[in-house]
Write a protein that binds this ligand. Structure first.
Ligand SMILES: Nc1ncnc2c1ncn2[C@@H]1O[C@H](COP(=O)(O)OP(=O)(O)OP(=O)(O)O)[C@@H](O)[C@H]1O
Ligand SMILES: [Mg+2]
Length: 278
């Protein structure tokens, strides 16, 4: 299919050099993709919005899921984190089927993800520190002092040093998004799922958030699956981008965004060429 790169398709840029260097010294199992999606069909309500999906999420990469509003990006994300069962196909996480198996094992697998949903608000009655510590309270057996230390560190990572005692209502929209990102990082995930993290932000703050995502990947080695339909974000962060077509109800392109802009299918090129109006 035009625009879909092969599984052995070449990556791009310095990320590949880093990945190659890491892989050279890594265990054999690290050669395996972190997430393998095979023949996946996903429904929202009774409507099958996407089917025939097959792609990998590689360790340490930023994979963008893009496409027009309503094409099924958030629906796909909910399936990738194991919140919903697919109509068909599989999502393998580190070789384990995310939808089949022992519930305790599946829960442990899912704890290795950090998730920031599209409407991912902070808990308004809790301070930022309490928001970040909440997942630790639920899932990590840590002394209170260690939880606090880790929460402060996560807040510092997103540029909110000293924000531990602030309440969400005291923050700007950009700060709230960054705090939600800190909460998604609470359990040191190896994979972050972000659904439209820049939505509702002005272009400058959206760009800062993109930069932050790239910094996290660089410093923590976190792989990122990010849903966005903003071209500026797509070109800023994506190693590869996956296009979900709303009419074909399947993916019609996967690859580095600049390659898709130059050589992708017509609908993907026109999607990536949009001006300020979507
Ligand atoms: N619970 C539901 N029941 C029925 N249809 C739904 C449900 N949730 C979503 N849909 C429909 O499924 C389709 C995909 O929705 P989804 O939210 O995944 O799209 P999206 O690509 O994330 O869009 P956006 O860019 O606006 O966030 C849309 O047509 C939507 O109206
Ligand atoms: Mg959505």
């Amino acid at each position: 299919m035009a625009g879909i790169e092969g599984e052995a398709g070449a990556g791009q840029g310095s990320g590949v050099t880093d990945a190659a260097a890491t892989a050279a010294g890594a265990e054999a199992h690290d050669a395996r993709a972190l997430v393998e999606v095979r023949g996946l069909a996903v429904a929202a309500g009774n409507l099958v919005v996407q089917s025939g999906l097959g792609f990998d999420v590689r360790r340490g990469e930023v994979l963008v899921v893009m496409g027009p509003s309503g094409c099924g990006k958030s629906t796909l994300l909910r399936h990738l984190v194991g919140l919903e069962r697919p109509v068909a196909g599989q999502v393998l996480y580190d070789g384990h089927d995310l939808h089949r198996g022992d519930p305790a094992e599946l829960a442990a697998l899912r704890r290795r993800f950090g998730v920031m949903f599209q409407a991912g608000a902070l808990w308004s009655s809790m301070s930022l520190g309490e928001n970040v510590m909440f997942p630790m309270r639920l899932f990590a057996r840590l002394p209170a002092a260690e939880r606090r230390r880790r929460a402060r560190f996560k807040l510092a990572l997103v540029g909110l040093d000293g924000g531990f005692d602030l309440m969400p209502a005291q923050l700007s929209g950009g700060m709230r998004k960054r705090a939600a990102l800190a909460r998604a990082l609470a359990l040191d995930p190896e994979l972050l799922f972000l659904d439209e993290p820049g939505s509702g932000l002005d272009p400058l703050n959206a760009a800062r958030l993109d930069e932050l995502v790239l910094n996290l990947r660089h410093h923590l080695g976190t792989a990122v699956v990010m849903v966005t339909h903003e071209n500026a974000s797509i070109f800023a962060v994506a190693d590869r981008a996956l296009y979900l077509d709303p009419l074909a109800h399947t993916m019609t392109a996967l690859g580095p965004p600049r390659e898709l802009l130059a050589h992708g299918p017509a609908e993907v090129r026109s999607f990536l060429q949009r001006g300020v109006v979507a």
